[in-house]
Design a protein around this ligand. Structure first.
Ligand SMILES: Cc1cc2nc3c(=O)[nH]c(=O)nc-3n(C[C@H](O)[C@H](O)[C@H](O)COP(=O)(O)OP(=O)(O)OC[C@H]3O[C@@H](n4cnc5c(N)ncnc54)[C@H](O)[C@@H]3O)c2cc1C
Length: 348
């Protein structure tokens, strides 16, 4: 059922009130026509508004005595807030442990929660890095956008403040046995869903037997993900090079001139065709002369998956633009030129 937003309900009520004042047959015919037109108009406007204004909170109630769910907001306390770069923070929110839902598969990767900006009643989705622990803690890496509504509001919050969340909501469903090789390509805070996925899949909590490579790009060295994200990933890559590799890219080194606070090999320039081709284990195992004739043409038959998450321009360059209303749209960009098909590419 389509639920009208309060504004549209008011519009519909006013239309009904005006209609009751007309009495003749002609008037009633034109009334019916007018009512139908108005109804169609209101419904189309409501549908358009639903898609075009996707982030306005749908008016879910707030409940502090039933488990966390997408259908209502749950008050959470901001228990820590740490600056990680000039525009990013790690925020930890906690809900009372008794409000954690019992079904653990709700928290299978990749999931997010909506956080509501209470001042203007607008919500945005954010990705708990390590999921949720048994004490109800959820840790987020959040970027502040200069004119962004919710991210600026979140960055202004103090430890002890109450922030309302609703979820969990599935961003993308992980399946253990479908792929031999997965390439994750992220930009900026777009690494958060991948971190959540990797933290679940890599330590051997799943039956996944393939290889994963993460290619991550930030604007400068100082904007690379914080230790909370990098350290566990680097450690795993170091101990399991056959299972997980990662590579970092920056647009420019910035003021640090090549010195990252973390011991990391960082490449300057965008993630392009060569970096992606080089990241693929199964393709780089082909003899060199295959590339002269086939241009990776048979990659579309392989069980290789690309997940791409980041600023829209980056997603577009790597995998093509989103379709209407953030549907997937066709594969474009670098991945199309390498021969990959829709079933092998997912834009988060
Ligand atoms: C499933 C999912 C998970 C996500 N997880 C995370 C996460 O873990 N961490 C994270 O940081 N983000 C995450 N995001 C992104 C997040 O949901 C928000 O989109 C982001 O924080 C921006 O929201 P905002 O309200 O601050 O900005 P908005 O108000 O939506 O603005 C977005 C952009 O538009 C610009 N803008 C706003 N107003 C104007 C204007 N008048 N003129 C020109 N430009 C304007 C802003 O500067 C900003 O660049 C996730 C998104 C999704 C879909």
């Amino acid at each position: 059922m389509l639920r009208l937003k309060p504004g549209f309900q008011v519009l519909a009520r006013h239309a009904g009130f005006r209609a009751r004042g007309l009495t003749t047959v002609n008037a009633s015919r034109s009334l019916r026509r007018a009512t139908a037109t108005l109804l169609i108009g209101c419904t189309s406007t409501a549908i358009a508004a639903y898609f075009l204004l996707p982030d306005i909170s749908r008016g879910a109630p707030t409940c502090d005595n039933i488990p966390l769910s997408p259908s209502h907001f749950t008050p959470a306390k901001l228990v820590s807030s740490t600056i990680t770069s000039s525009g990013t923070k790690i925020l930890t929110l906690a809900i009372p442990p008794e409000l954690l839902p019992e079904e653990s598969d709700l928290f299978a990767p990749i999931w997010s929660v909506f956080i509501k900006d209470d001042d203007i009643q607008v919500e945005r989705p954010y990705t708990p890095l390590d999921g949720v622990d048994e004490n109800g803690n959820m840790k987020f890496w959040i970027k502040r956008y200069q004119h962004g509504e919710v991210s600026r509001w979140l960055h202004s919050k103090q430890v002890g403040d109450i922030i309302e969340i609703r979820g969990p909501l599935k961003t993308w469903s992980w399946n253990d046995d479908t792929w031999d090789e997965i390439i994750l390509i992220s930009g900026g805070t777009g690494i958060t869903p991948f971190y959540q996925l990797l933290r679940t899949v890599l330590p051997g909590n799943s039956s996944f037997q393939g290889r994963i490579t993460l290619l991550h790009s930030s604007k400068t060295l100082s904007e690379l993900p914080p230790h909370d994200i990098l350290d566990p990933l680097l450690k795993f890559a170091q101990h399991n090079p056959e299972k997980f590799r990662l590579k970092f890219f920056v647009d420019s080194f910035g003021e640090n001139k090549g010195q990252s606070s973390i011991d990391l090999e960082v490449h300057k320039g965008p993630i392009g065709k060569e970096s992606i081709r080089g990241a693929l284990h199964s393709v780089s195992c082909f003899p060199w002369w295959r590339g002269l004739f086939s241009q990776d043409s048979d990659v579309s038959d392989r069980k290789i998956l690309f997940l791409v998450c980041g600023p829209e321009k980056m997603v577009e360059a790597i995998a093509g633009p989103y379709g209407r209303n953030y549907s997937q749209g066709p594969v474009g960009g670098v991945l199309q030129s390498l021969g990959y098909k829709s079933r092998q590419v997912w834009k988060l």
